[in-house]
Write a protein that binds this ligand. Structure first.
Ligand SMILES: [Zn+2]
Length: 205
């Protein structure tokens, strides 16, 4: 796999949520990890989009909410290591408090993840042949991160549109969009809804 090949992006999402597969050839990263209790839907969509599970090198949750990290543990048990950024660690145990028994959530264990500081993300992605980095982009939640590829594609999870940020969130949200723009983001691949161009003030529209 030549390191210069551009990453390809496919959406394996369902239930109004986007789950993005970023691939450098057959070396792949799954961005956002499904609702609890939906492993069948995830596996079916991966298959439909020709993404073999054993080619996914890591799963990355943009943040630890049920529609973004609900299958993290089941994916681990199926052989997909969970990539965790250090600022996300405190949020992981809290996820189970959102769950009801009917959700069939499998609790995420902490000892067996690949946990790295944000500053190591570029090197880790480079091992996959993916040029980019992972940035802390709080606002929707304290643990929110974005994957930003060097070609300008930003995977922002639920980072709030500035127009919808509460007064309390507004400065944090604005700073996260500014960080993305300053690091070269030109297109937004959100957790919900269509791909958007970045506009001049840093919003995705
Ligand atoms: Zn969320």
């Amino acid at each position: 796999m030549p390191a210069s090949a551009p990453a390809t992006i496919v959406n394996v999402g369902y239930q109004s949520t986007n789950y993005w597969v970023v691939s450098a050839g057959t070396s792949r990263l799954l961005v956002d990890l499904g609702y609890p209790g939906t492993m069948g839907a995830m596996l079916a969509n991966l298959k439909r989009m020709d993404v073999p599970l054993n080619e996914i090198r890591y799963g990355l949750a943009t943040h630890y909410h049920l529609d973004h990290a609900g299958l993290a543990q089941e994916l681990k048990l199926a052989g997909v290591p969970l990539l965790v950024l250090e600022p996300q660690v405190p949020a992981i145990p809290l996820l189970k408090s959102w769950m009801k028994p009917r959700d069939h959530y499998v609790e995420i264990t902490l000892h067996d993840n690949v946990t790295i500081p944000l500053a190591q993300s570029r090197a880790l992605l480079a091992e996959l042949g993916i040029k980019g980095e992972i940035l802390a982009t709080p606002g929707h939640s304290d643990d929110s991160v974005s994957l930003l590829l060097d070609d300008g594609a930003g995977f922002t999870g639920d980072l709030t549109h500035p127009a919808f940020a509460t007064e309390q969130q507004a400065s944090t949200v604005a700073a996260s969009w500014r960080l993305l723009r300053d690091h070269g983001a030109t297109r937004v691949y959100p957790g919900h809804g269509p791909i958007k161009e970045m506009v001049r003030d840093g919003e995705g529209r």
